[in-house]
Design a protein around this ligand. Structure first.
Ligand code: ADP
Length: 455
């Protein structure tokens, strides 16, 4: 296994070495070819110059002697080639000894080997007639002087130096680029390992300008927050359930013990009190059971066409006594001349409104007010239930639909199990409807339900 940094560096480096080597080979071949071309051109020019020189000599002397053009010998010897002068009948006038130039070290052929002695013959013309021949011989097809060889070497050295310089730059860049990837990914992976070990508070703040890594980072952070939240809920759930069960059981046990010990009289009033606790206990178990059914997806829905305005007014009627007891004023407003028919499970939907209305009553002080509004627009039928109750704090608001979640204020003072709104949400989700809550502590709450028109 490689780290992402190592792997990226190796890939970048391998690609760069390949690119640099290919470029170097290409540049080297091109320069060598051009250089050979240049040397061959030079040699051809030299040959032309020699022929021209002998033509001038003949023009001046009109005949060949052993001294004709012998000044060229020195230059030929210095430049490592041999000249032989022949007359028009190809009879030797004078010649240089090829052995004199054989062992001269500072001359090399293009391919670096010393070769076979070869000669090329060129006619010398005067007034359109061939008057003689000059033969130029040398030990390789193209001759390179020490300067030429040095020039070629320095070009090759330059190419090699540029290869090493490019590789050095590539190594530095690849380390920098791979760091840009590896550091945030390592950070995110460390956080995910911590999350998997149960440390749900860990999160990463690593800076990155890579879109995918930024998304990964924020989703890992969100995952951590959600796990943390779920963990809190789980812990709270266990403590809430044990609290809810322990309270009525303790009351029952204490009272029964007091009756057995003769401290409390066994009379109807005492028994009614104990029965209330048993009923409360039963209610809690019923709620938990209902919740279990929704969450296990075993609940069945019996849809039929229902007039929402009628369903709501029947729920309001059911609450008349509870409202009167707390002297709460209920205003039921329906935007008229609209059709509020909808295909739903009437019993389940009634449960939704009962839960919301009972919360509105439960969390309102005596003399409060509750509004139920029913309206319809192009896309939705909208029901809102608003109260002037104690309100929900900003801290609690995002969690009120969670299982067994109870706001801090209501926890201690007001009876409840934290299941009502979870059931509301589950039923509405089954009907493809949405619910949202807005609230301000001390001012009241408003719950808005939207049913899609075509449901
Ligand atoms: P319960 O009412 O049994 O506590 P719910 O699931 O119905 O459980 O409600 C969850 C929490 O939401 C409540 O404990 C309370 O803090 C808050 N809540 C719900 N409805 C209202 C309301 N109308 N006014 C104030 N708080 C509310």
């Amino acid at each position: 296994m490689y780290s992402i940094r190592k792997k990226l560096s190796i890939i970048i480096l391998a690609c760069s070495i390949l690119a640099v080597l290919l470029t170097a080979i290409f540049v080297n071949i091109t320069i060598n070819n051009k250089f050979s071309e240049y040397m061959v051109n030079n040699q051809n020019k030299r040959n032309d110059r020699i022929v021209q020189y002998f033509q001038e000599v003949y023009k001046r002397d009109k005949k060949w002697t052993a001294a004709s053009g012998s000044e060229m010998k020195h230059e030929a010897y210095m430049s490592n080639y041999c000249i032989t002068l022949l007359d028009s009948n190809k009879k030797l006038v004078w010649m240089m000894d090829p052995n004199d130039i054989k062992e001269k070290e500072h001359f090399k052929s293009l391919d670096g080997k010393s070769g076979v002695f070869t000669t090329n013959s060129f006619p010398i013309k005067y007034n359109g007639h061939v008057v003689g021949y000059v033969q130029i011989g040398q030990y390789s097809s193209v001759l390179l002087s020490a300067d030429d060889v040095n020039f070629k070497l320095s070009i090759n050295e330059g190419i090699i130096a540029s290869i090493f310089l490019s590789l050095l730059i590539v190594i530095i860049i690849s380390l920098y680029i791979s760091k840009q990837f590896s550091v945030p990914i390592r950070e995110v992976s460390n956080v995910s390992v911590k999350l998997s070990n149960g440390d749900y508070n860990s999160k990463t703040n690593v800076d990155t300008d890579i879109l995918e890594i930024e998304k990964l980072k924020s989703s890992i952070n969100t995952l951590g927050e959600k796990l943390n939240h779920q963990d809190l809920l789980r812990k709270r759930l266990v403590s809430d359930i044990s609290h809810e069960i322990r309270t009525p059981l303790n009351i029952l046990q204490n009272n029964l013990e007091a009756m057995i010990d003769g401290i409390f009289p066994v009379n109807t009033e005492q028994l009614i009190g104990l029965n209330d606790e048993v009923i409360r206990f039963g209610k809690l178990l019923n709620n938990l059971n209902a919740l279990k059914e929704f969450e296990a997806d075993t609940v069945s829905i019996n849809r039929e066409e229902v007039r929402l305005d009628e369903l709501l007014s029947s729920v309001c009627d059911d609450f008349s006594i509870a409202l009167k007891e707390k002297n709460i004023d209920l205003a039921y407003n329906i935007r008229p001349n609209k059709d509020y028919s909808i295909i739903v499970d009437p019993d389940k939907l009634k449960q939704v409104f009962i839960n919301l209305l009972s919360n509105a009553v439960k969390f309102s002080d005596c003399g409060g007010k509750v509004w139920i509004n029913l309206t319809r627009d192009k896309e939705n039928i909208i029901v809102s239930i608003r109260d002037t109750g104690i309100g929900i704090s900003k801290k609690d608001l995002p969690f009120i639909f969670e299982r067994l979640y109870r706001g801090d204020k209501s926890r201690n003072k007001i009876e409840g199990s934290g299941i009502g709104l979870t059931i509301v949400k589950d039923i509405l989700t089954l009907h493809s409807a949405s619910i949202e809550a807005q609230s301000e502590v001390g001012k009241g709450s408003i719950f808005t339900i939207r049913f899609r028109n075509n449901v």
